[in-house]
Design a protein around this ligand. Structure first.
Ligand code: F6R
Length: 603
């Protein structure tokens, strides 16, 4: 949520910042700005409402420099206006600041320290930059003023600060919001996500909470707030720079939908040996085997992936498994079992709702595993154990390949745990074969995109609402399919347990209401079919998606074969593609839906 970038050294700062901001746009895109300084007495501050493209159009060749900071915003405090866009500048025009996070005591700080300062924005960030300037006016150096300010602020932040009087130095600080330093040759960069600076360097230092960093072109000095020096290791981020490009696809979302078969195969290759045996870290296996109950904690799409994973852990490994929304769990923790193990599912690894749970359960002494796509992320670093989704960067705001990768990895872990415990159910489940069926089945469905486009047109072109129904994992996938449609096409969509419709919600069914029914569970297929009939009898336009062995000739889509427990790996491809085409046909920006951001770093 919000992306920040910075650069200092021998680079064309404007271009480095702009390109970085374009790649961070997934974190927020309601306004953007940058400040550059040529270290020879000239500087520029440019801010615009709207996308990075709008900012870019506002720049000409005079806006150049060798150091600077940039920001793309997802509004928290104050509407998306030019005044509220970052960088914020102190009234004496000495300090320039970009911020990702939320300062929770901004109002109190303003009342206590800034009574005589006129604020020009509604943001918490402006309070911080004015406070730094006010402290500097008392004779403190920029660094000490920043240090003292950090001692006063409460909340989350990744800050990058420029002191116009000393443009050979860039200051950054971090608490609860992600921030990395990228190491270059006579330059250094700052970024919320390594992805944004991969064209500059592949060597990154992930900062930790409480770090205050002083950067010059050739030095990186990291201290804690009390001035104690700390050394943080640099990691090489192995990512093909091209992974972050759209290539021939019109939208990242379509590219990422199309990548799913490859992601399935890559996951199998990553977590199995030549004999097809699952290989997970021994320490993780020991931890998992202590669990008398697993608690999967996640948000949004990742929560939906957890709902699909829970029955796998129960059936294959015999471990009772609960799935919880992170935003609820942290503040209303249920009574835990005697030996809980926590699994955090997260595409970004930065979700604040999840992190607050991680911090709490770690303090309670419970073992933790993070499954995420971003190896350098906070949740990956802070949990006891970490497994990568290895899905490659997911840029579109609507999550697709991370969801299917999460389910596939849950299946691999559940199988490994069941096998380690000698369970027959695990022995009978050939997960490697099933994931290979998933990959080929996904490919088949992707090749039927035209059919799904036509279905999307027929069902959703003009509708204001829609329903997705199913039972068991079909209910879980209904929630995810509805979320996909909602977030990128703004259709009011509901995922519903098929059997619950008749208990009230069926009252919403009218002539032509679109209802997609998922039928992959042999146990309940007949019941779900009856529920689909019931809505059709009340005028609904029903689209049935049925498993290979349950399909009837008049079902609109028949799935390729797969174990019913993994059917969401196929059914969701239909959901994703229908949502994609609906958004496209309605003329929306598929990758950047309104009001959203990909990395949700505020509670
Ligand atoms: C929807 C989507 C979100 C995220 C949610 C949690 O397409 O991506 O619902 O799943 O914000 O984010 P992560 O998975 O990064 O923890």
């Amino acid at each position: 949520m919000c992306g920040i970038v910075g650069v200092i050294g021998n680079q064309d700062a404007t271009q480095v910042l702009l390109r970085g901001l374009e790649r961070l746009e997934y974190r927020g895109y309601d306004s953007a700005g940058l400040y550059v300084n040529d270290q020879q007495g000239h500087d520029h501050l440019i801010k615009r409402v709207g996308r990075i493209r709008v900012l870019s159009e506002a720049l000409d060749e005079t806006v150049s420099g060798t150091m600077g900071i940039g920001h793309t915003r997802w509004a928290t405090n104050g509407r998306p206006t030019t005044a509220n866009a970052h960088p914020h500048v102190s009234n004496d025009e000495r300090f320039f600041l970009v911020h990702n996070g939320v300062i929770t005591n901004a109002a109190a700080l303003r009342d206590a320290y800034l009574q005589d300062v006129d604020l020009v924005s509604d943001t918490d960030t402006e309070v911080v930059v004015q406070l730094i300037a006010a402290l500097a006016r008392t004779g403190l150096t920029a660094k000490v003023a920043l240090q003292q300010t950090l001692g006063l602020v409460e909340g989350s932040y990744a800050f990058a600060l420029v002191d116009r009087l000393d443009p050979a130095t860039l200051y950054v600080a971090k608490n609860q919001s992600p921030l990395l330093i990228g190491l270059g040759d006579h330059f250094n960069v700052v970024t919320s996500d390594a992805l944004a600076m991969l064209d500059q360097t592949d060597r990154f230092v992930a900062l930790q909470d409480g770090d205050l960093v002083t950067l010059t072109a050739d030095t990186v000095t990291i201290e804690q707030l009390d001035g104690t020096p700390v050394v943080r290791p640099a990691h090489t981020v192995v990512l093909n720079d091209g992974d972050a490009e759209k290539g021939p696809y019109p939208y990242y979302m379509l590219k990422e939908i199309n990548e799913q078969p490859a992601v399935m195969r890559r996951l199998v290759a990553r977590y199995t040996d030549a004999a097809g045996q699952i290989q997970l870290p021994a320490a993780l296996m020991r931890t998992l085997q202590t669990a008398d109950r697993l608690y999967i904690v996640a948000a949004g799409t990742s929560y939906h992936a957890g709902l699909v994973g829970a029955p796998l852990f129960e059936q294959l490994a015999g471990v009772p498994t609960e799935v919880h929304l992170a935003s609820e769990f942290g503040y209303h923790q249920p009574l835990l079992s005697a030996h809980p193990v926590f699994i955090f599912l997260s595409q970004s690894g930065e979700t604040a709702d999840i992190r607050q749970v991680l911090v709490k359960v770690k303090a309670q002494g419970h073992p933790t595993l993070t499954i995420t796509n971003v190896e350098t992320s906070t949740l990956a670093r802070e949990a006891d154990h970490f497994l990568t989704l290895a899905a490659g960067p997911e840029i579109a705001v609507a999550s697709t390949k991370a969801y299917t990768a999460q389910i596939a990895l849950e299946a691999l872990v559940a199988k490994a745990l069941g096998a380690a415990q000698g369970r027959a159910a695990a022995a009978d489940f050939d997960v490697v074969h099933q994931l290979s069926l998933a990959a080929s089945g996904q490919q088949t469905l992707i090749e039927e995109a035209d059919v799904l486009h036509a279905a999307a047109r027929d069902l959703f072109a003009t509708t204001r609402n829609a329903f997705f129904i199913g039972r068991g994992v079909d209910h879980a996938v209904s929630l995810e399919a509805a979320l996909k449609l909602k977030e990128i096409s703004y259709v009011q969509a509901e995922g519903f347990a098929a059997g619950e419709l008749k208990h009230g919600t069926i009252a919403l069914i009218e002539q032509e209401t679109p209802v997609v029914a998922f039928i992959t569970d042999p146990l309940t297929a007949a019941h779900t079919r009856s529920n689909a009939e019931e809505v059709a009898a009340r005028g609904a336009k029903v689209f049935r998606i049925a498993a290979h062995d349950l399909a009837r000739p008049d079902d609109q889509l028949q799935l390729p074969p797969i174990d019913a427990r993994l059917s969401p790996l196929l059914t969701i491809i239909a959901g994703q593609l229908m949502a994609y085409y609906t958004s496209l046909d309605r003329g929306y920006d598929v990758d950047r839906p309104r009001n959203l951001a990909k990395s949700v770093t505020v509670e």
